[in-house]
Design a protein around this ligand. Sequence first.
Ligand code: SF4
Length: 213
Amino acid sequence: MRRAEKAARVAAILDELYPEPPIPLDHGDPFTLLCAVMLSAQTTDAQVNKVTPGLFALARTPAAMVALGERRVLAAIKSCGLAPTKAKNLVRMAALLVERHGGRVPDSLAELEALPGVGHKTASVVMCQAFGRAAFPVDTHIHRLAARWGLSSGKDVATTERDLKRAFAEATWAKLHLQLIYFGREHCPARGHDPRACRICSWAAARRRAPAE
Ligand code: SF4
């Protein structure tokens, strides 16, 4: 099956399963979304959503985050993985927003990526979810699914992002990012299941796999 054909069939199944996938991280504006995405590294979205109401009650602007300071940010987020590093990055990121961007989150991938603790994937999430810009954030789960389904070579995340952007219409990237995340969470157990029973792997898998993955 050609890659474009495969992509269309995958998109149709995902649209059927997740017609309007919600953004899983609670937020109120670009700054609180950026903070939530930074907190989500190696932490579940549910856990992030537990700590952000308390954190944002104390500081929901860059200036307030700087004033709160690393120690109190850490106290507010300590149940998240990598909390000390995240607390440091949140305060440094907020300080740079105040210094360089007038206390606003920049609407630019390059400027976002220049902020402490903000990598390409985090910046891409903010670009599409906060600003409605065309971006296709690819995490390790999406990277793995794209390789399994033969939509990319699986070489690296950057290649997967490029291949997925070619395979799907730009207007669908942001939604597909969410649909793929939900599909991976709800349909892909870590081990011990039969890919032949999967709605997508059963026909799209790049190569035949043993029954138990
Ligand atoms: S076979 Fe398993 S891992 Fe592959 S997409 Fe289906 S559920 Fe996910």
